[in-house]
Design a protein around this ligand. Structure first.
Ligand code: ISL
Ligand code: CA
Length: 549
């Protein structure tokens, strides 16, 4: 909520739960609400105080719950509304807030609205979605969907096409229709009245369409996302209306998500005076290694680019809005595999990345499992993959007669299933995640990397994380102090200061496998936190991090 004195969410530490993979309680192999309730002591022990719960609504699961068929119901595989209420109550009792995923750019094609909509051109629900005539025997335009081929699907029943920016089972909702907007607001009030503390808004940057539906001169997905799909003409009108009608009436937090929100337009969404959203997940960093054809067209990224992007974002937002900081989530590879070294320096680099998250300016969001340094997974068989994006990618590569081994390599570093394997709780069968067969295989490294082992080892990533969350909470300067990147041109070191009033801390991060000399002119005080026991005054060891006064 905007214009409010007590913005608690600026001090929060967020933790993302992907329910399917967190904890199964009944042996069906699918994580569920009861499983989360059973792990509540663990969650509380982390020192996090704001949970983002992935979608738990009724869904045919074409895109793991991001295709909702009933916004008012809990999917039976996750439990019941009674379980949900219990989870919310138990989190609140421990001072932990919870935000829901709000997926309203599209619904499932199995939502009653769409089932009605497709029946006839004069059906009262026709206008809930985008239906258009084809052009020259093909779809209305040349837009590509995120996950499979054309963004339009032909429906024989009425001889028209409907728009789907994601899979064919995720038709885009027509926000131009005021009745649709009112339905959505009503549903939001239902959850807020239950006491949820806000929403993470899925691809909110895409809800206003460019109704001319012009062909894009460039066929690549990323070009279309930035120039045709995102930041449409009425986006801010819609968000202001949503804020006025719903958000402003509750003490909640909203985090928008969506491709196409660059640093240049971010403040339009989250500027203090805008009355729209509180924060956004900036995806630019997540897309930095994408080539023109997207994520499976990977290009190398240098430390200089990484730092510049983060600094530019910080400066673009300044104190006119508020940033959110994250390095992985359910859509992108494990942070230690992507930005650290998940081999020899897994422990050191995971601690360094957690330190980064917890010392940057902005509300940090940690994805489940990264607090124990879980890594990407390398399934050797295509059959072990579950994500619709990955499956469609394999299909496309096969159809084009391209190299499937290369495709598998790409999936090993870029695919979304890397972060969707079950949480590794202990070294019993299936890592303590389930007594049955998990919906997706567990990462075979669970025997060494798991919560139980980490709990027993005082030097573990997990213990370090707990110390770091407490450290952030007790250091106001880390919450809202200014941020300055002190050596933007250094190829391996990321050194920045945080400063507020007469308090100042320095954060030193060695993003490399080699020793690095500490710049001599830096006048550092005590070491307040580090991932090494002994700290050399002259140099940083591989992946060493240090917070100094
Ligand atoms: O992961 C991506 C594709 O490679 C991203 O571009 C992703 O599609 C984008 O960040 C939007 O993600 C969100 O909406 C999708 C859903 O599949 C993702 O899980 C969700 O986070 C459609 O609802
Ligand atoms: Ca279950």
């Amino acid at each position: 909520m905007q214009n409010q004195e007590n913005q608690w969410w600026k001090k929060s530490i967020m933790y993302q739960i992907y329910p399917r993979s967190f904890q199964d309680s009944n042996g069906d192999g699918i994580g569920d609400l009861r499983g989360i309730i059973n792990r509540i002591d663990y969650i509380a022990s982390l020192g996090v105080d704001l949970i983002w719960l992935g979608p738990v609504y009724e869904s045919p699961n074409d895109d793991n719950g991001y295709d909702i068929s009933d916004y008012y119901k809990i999917h039976p595989e996750f439990g019941t509304m009674v379980d949900f209420d219990e989870l919310l109550e138990k989190l609140h009792a421990r001072g932990i807030k919870l935000i829901m995923d709000l997926v309203v750019n599209h619904s499932s094609d199995e939502h009653a609205w769409f089932e009605e909509s497709r029946k006839s051109k004069d059906n009262p629900y026709r206008d809930y979605y985008y239906w258009r005539d084809g052009k020259n025997g093909g779809p209305p335009n040349n837009w590509t969907s995120f996950f499979e081929g054309s963004a339009w699907k032909y429906d024989e029943q009425t001889d028209q096409y409907y728009l789907h920016l994601f899979t064919t089972k995720q038709p885009d909702l027509n926000w131009e229709n005021p009745v649709v907007r009112e339905e959505i607001y009503k549903m939001m009030r239902f959850w807020l009245d239950k006491g949820v503390d806000g929403f993470r808004m899925d691809v909110i940057s895409l809800i206003s369409k460019r109704l001319e539906f012009e062909d894009s001169p460039v066929e690549t997905l990323m070009h279309q996302v930035y120039n045709y799909f995102s930041n449409g003409p009425r986006i801010h009108e819609f968000l202001k209306e949503m804020n006025r009608e719903v958000l402003s009436k509750y003490d909640i937090v909203t985090v928008g998500e969506g491709p196409g929100i660059t640093k240049n337009v971010a403040l339009d969404y989250i500027g203090k005076d805008r009355n729209e959203l509180d924060m956004i997940f900036q995806l630019d960093l997540m897309f930095l290694d994408n080539g023109p054809s997207g994520k499976f067209d990977r290009r190398p990224v240098s430390m200089l680019e990484f730092k510049k992007l983060m600094t530019d974002w910080n400066n673009a937002i300044g104190d006119r809005g508020w940033n959110n900081i994250f390095l992985d989530n359910h859509d992108f590879p494990r942070m230690v595999s992507r930005f650290g070294n998940d081999g020899k320096y897994r422990i050191e680099s995971a601690k360094l990345l957690l330190t980064y998250l917890l010392t940057m300016r902005g509300t940090p969001c940690i994805y489940q499992g990264s607090e124990i340094g879980m890594t990407n997974v390398k399934f050797t068989s295509e059959d072990d993959y579950r994500d619709v994006e990955t499956i469609n990618y394999f299909e496309q590569v096969r159809a084009e007669g391209k190299d499937l081994n290369h495709a598998l390599d790409m999936v090993h570093t870029q695919g979304r299933d890397n972060v969707r394997t079950p949480i590794q709780w202990d070294n019993s069968q299936q890592g303590g995640f389930s007594e049955g067969q998990p919906w997706i295989k567990i990462n075979p490294n669970y025997t060494g990397i798991n919560v139980e082992a980490a709990d027993k080892d005082k030097t573990s990533i997990l213990h370090f994380f707990r110390k770091m969350t407490a450290f952030r909470k007790s250091n106001v300067v880390l919450q809202d102090g200014d941020y300055v990147d002190l050596y933007p041109d250094h190829e391996a070191l990321y050194i920045f200061s945080r400063e507020a009033g007469n308090e100042k801390v320095y954060v030193l991060l060695n993003f490399s496998d080699d020793d690095q000399v500490i710049p001599a002119e830096l006048k550092l005080g005590d070491v307040l936190m580090s991932n090494y026991e002994d700290n050399d005054v002259l140099k940083l060891l591989p992946w060493e991090c240090r917070v100094c006064s």
